[in-house]
Design a protein around this ligand. Structure first.
Ligand code: NAD
Length: 265
């Protein structure tokens, strides 16, 4: 059952081919929005868009590399060509690299910063230009992370990833302030440990570094979650659709946790 009135709204979700982005695209479509399913993985973008359409939703797949300015501008222009406008941008695309800071080479640093931070900058600029021209406001919702508010700690080699997510929180707050005169609200979500292919990668690679069985790193992390279960992509989508809705019309420049209590601040 739809909970929010997103009928007639047009949304872009980046990284929507799988994981949290896919769940968010499906949910926005269920709430009545027309959704551009944007991903660097063309096959996954098409599959997610087909899933939305087969559930009587409206979707359009776009292949995009969020690190490429021309791609991000084309993503917005194709959205407007297809649906006539853009109301909601969800900057969800992201990557993780497993390495201690001492072992983080420049290639890993650049890739992380490019996708996770520059991608948010470029997509937000392209979307906000369109929203400003149209003069009807809009929403930008970024997928940051708990790692955007705290550091992962000695046993969790995600330091450079955390640096990029701190950047996402800063981009969210500053964009929120800069775009407020245009009625564009900008917020980010900070999830905890979400059951997606990204966490499978973290589990596999940290397990290999530690010489422990695959699955045990994830199990250890899940054991620390106060609500007692791993987070599902749909738990994150719940917050994103709220932030896209009329009920969130007085919220901007915020970093909102959705972590099952893992982030009690
Ligand atoms: P995922 O790896 O399952 O999916 C990420 C998607 O982004 C993929 O479909 C991938 O193809 C796409 N992508 C990667 N690089 C891209 C690029 N350059 N251009 C366009 N698309 C690109 O990851 P996920 O777990 O669903 O994570 C989604 C977001 O949530 C990320 O920003 C991640 O950092 C954040 N996050 C994840 C968790 C978690 O526990 N999984 C927790 C907090 C935050």
């Amino acid at each position: 059952m739809p909970r929010y009135e997103l009928n007639g709204q047009v949304a872009i979700v980046t990284g929507a081919g799988r994981g949290i982005g896919r769940a968010t695209a499906l949910r926005l479509a269920r709430e009545g929005a027309s959704v551009v399913v944007a991903d660097i993985n063309e096959a996954n973008a098409k599959a997610a868009a087909e899933e939305i359409e087969s559930a009587a939703g409206t979707a359009y797949p776009v292949t995009v590399d969020v690190t490429n300015r021309a791609d991000t501008e084309r993503m917005v222009s194709e959205t407007v060509a297809r649906f006539g406008k853009l109301d909601i941008l969800v900057n969800n695309a992201g990557i993780a690299v497993i390495a201690s800071l001492m072992d983080t080479d420049e290639a890993a640093w650049d890739a992380l910063m490019d996708v996770n931070a520059k991608g948010v900058l470029l997509c937000s600029q392209a979307a906000a230009r369109q929203m400003i021209d149209r003069g009807n406001g809009g929403r930008i919702i970024n997928n940051a992370s708990g790692a955007g508010k705290t550091v992962p700690g000695r046993g969790t080699p995600l330091g450079a990833y955390a640096a990029t997510k701190h950047a996402v929180v800063a981009l969210t707050k500053q964009f929120g302030l800069e775009l407020s005169p245009h009625g564009i609200l900008v917020n980010c979500v900070c999830p905890g440990i979400v059951d997606t292919p990204m966490w499978e990668l973290i589990d596999r690679e940290v397990a290999q570094l530690e010489g422990v069985p695959v699955g045990s790193v994830k199990a250890r992390a899940v054991a620390r979650i106060p609500v007692g279960r791993i987070q599902e992509p749909e738990d994150v989508a719940n917050l994103i659709v709220f932030l896209a809705s009329e009920d969130a019309s007085y919220i901007t420049a915020q970093a909102v946790n959705v972590s099952g209590g893992l982030l009690p601040y």
